[in-house]
Design a protein around this ligand. Sequence first.
Ligand SMILES: [Zn+2]
Length: 318
Amino acid sequence: MSDNKKQELTEEDYLKRHLGDVDSNKGSNSNVFASDIPFTQEAPQQSLKVDELQFFNCDVRELPCGRFYPQGTLFQVRPAKVKEIQAYSMVDDNNFYDIVEKMNYMLQECVRIKYPDGKIGSFLEVKDQDRLYLIFLIRELTFQQGNSLTVNTKCTCGLDNTLELNRKNFSFHVINDKLEQYFNSSSKSYSFETTNGNKFDVTPPNIGLQKAFTDYIIKENNDKVSPNLSFLKIIPFMLGGRSSITYDGIKAKLTEFEQIDDQSFQFLNAAVGMMTFGIKELKKSCQCGEEVHAEMQFPNGASSIFVIHDAFEAYIKK
Ligand SMILES: [Zn+2]
């Protein structure tokens, strides 16, 4: 949402903005969604626990931030169990901090990352701007019998269209062309060199960093310290390769950031300003052939992603 808001920042505001960023991710490959068969059942190996059989493989290239993971990374995703849906069902739809927390918990339980070298990573290494996409992937795996979330929108031809909130209809933010030539495929980040001789590596932060910065914001809030918003906007993008940072670590970064030269600050501010990735909106083709678009939104609130809105009517024996 408002990246240039310069006033006091509550953790909710920060996360609201942050969630806005998630809503509006980048789109390296928005047409990948043409096919809705992005995951295949994992080939059973010897001595797998029952639990493991429930994981589906998802090609990392399907994700809005797919290009920022090592080549050959695999996401393993399983449907939510009732325990996780119970936890998620308590989400406060009006509290963005809580929404992000509940979504993170869902990812913690249902997602793991398998790197090409065989190492297993956790949800903390998921790019922050992939959160929502994965939540909807878990949702699709969980409600394979249906239970669709829809938004209605009118086409220019006058026809009413119903857009289902699923990955097939998600359109991603497109990466700014200006960035492309600076993408470093070995570090999976943008490597910039400025006219004043500075070098910067910039890459979207992961959930581990998002959590660390959120904790930091909450602490600063409690201590009545007004946070440096441009620091919070820029620095998470400059911590590639890390999925955590301590409070003192953030403080040290802040000191560095406040001493940065003017030109470097202006450059980084502009560069990070171009890094909006993830789901931008919903789209599909109308019968008339035109594309219809709708804003990404949660009908009936974020809770409705896993809570069946009309469960009483649907499940009462009549
Ligand atoms: Zn139409």
